[in-house]
Design a protein around this ligand. Sequence first.
Ligand SMILES: Nc1ncnc2c1ncn2[C@@H]1O[C@H](COP(=O)(O)OP(=O)(O)OP(=O)(O)O)[C@@H](O)[C@H]1O
Length: 301
Amino acid sequence: MSIVVKNVVKEFGQQKALKDVSFSISSGEIVGFLGPNGAGKSTMMKIISGLLPQSAGEVEVCGISNTDYNEVFRRKIGYLPEHNPLYLDMYVNEYLLMVAELYKLGNKRAHVDEMIELTGLGLEQHKKIGVLSKGYRQRVGLAQALIHDPEVLILDEPTTGLDPNQILEIRNLVRTVGQEKTVMLSTHIMQEVEAICERVIILNRGELLIDHPSTDLSRLEAGNSSTVFVEFDRQPVLEELQGIVGAGEIKNVSGYGYEINAQADIRKAVFDFAVAQGLIILTLTRQERNLESVFHGLTKE
Ligand SMILES: Nc1ncnc2c1ncn2[C@@H]1O[C@H](COP(=O)(O)OP(=O)(O)OP(=O)(O)O)[C@@H](O)[C@H]1O
């Protein structure tokens, strides 16, 4: 196992930011770490990276406890913190050489050049970090997280604040890197998880809510439930519409358009209803539940 988290608790004074969280991540997995604001994602990532001690429980990275925060442990992990703190007055090259020095890497120049190549920083390497765009700063953050060739990469919201092109570039980079490393990535973007990750872990209020292969997540909470959108040519009798077998909550979303929640696919019943009522159906679609709605459904009050 690359990462083993056993019964981890983190207390900040009276507040329990993590409450008995356990999971493990195998070597080579790319895992998305989701949860609403304040769920405990960053706290968990700092603990795994050995930068914050847990109040209780155990964490191991590549078989080494995070309490042994020694050189061997640090070499195993690359960490990109939330907000990517960087020395803005330093030049890209200078900064990466300093990071290589901190890891006591041999042939520092070669490592820096390799990172510049990997992260596409060639044209920016002689600039001060402070003048770089957010996307390029994020690449510098990734380069510092990767320069020592760690087995495990912990990325705390790596695409937050980036424009759509930069998001795609960083995602591709993470995907490339993820072919060889274990990656744990926190994000608020559901599509990111679908695009990059093989598995999703959701925290809510410090508790592990879901640990599931991400591609299956949309089926998880939804069960057989689905939402059907139907648009008629005129007003249906609402009581009759409600009488469709299996229909749950009905919402009028536009003119004669209705969203009907149901425990099954009720499109055929809606069609039969329209025929029986002499209504013409202009639109009839079943709306797939995406990760976003599943996540919302799972974490709402
Ligand atoms: N150093 C600290 N001192 C006190 N409370 C803290 C500290 N760090 C985190 N917390 C609290 O722990 C809880 C979890 O915070 P954390 O930053 O881990 O959440 P998160 O899931 O990463 O949120 P976000 O998505 O907003 O980044 C929050 O209530 C936060 O205020």
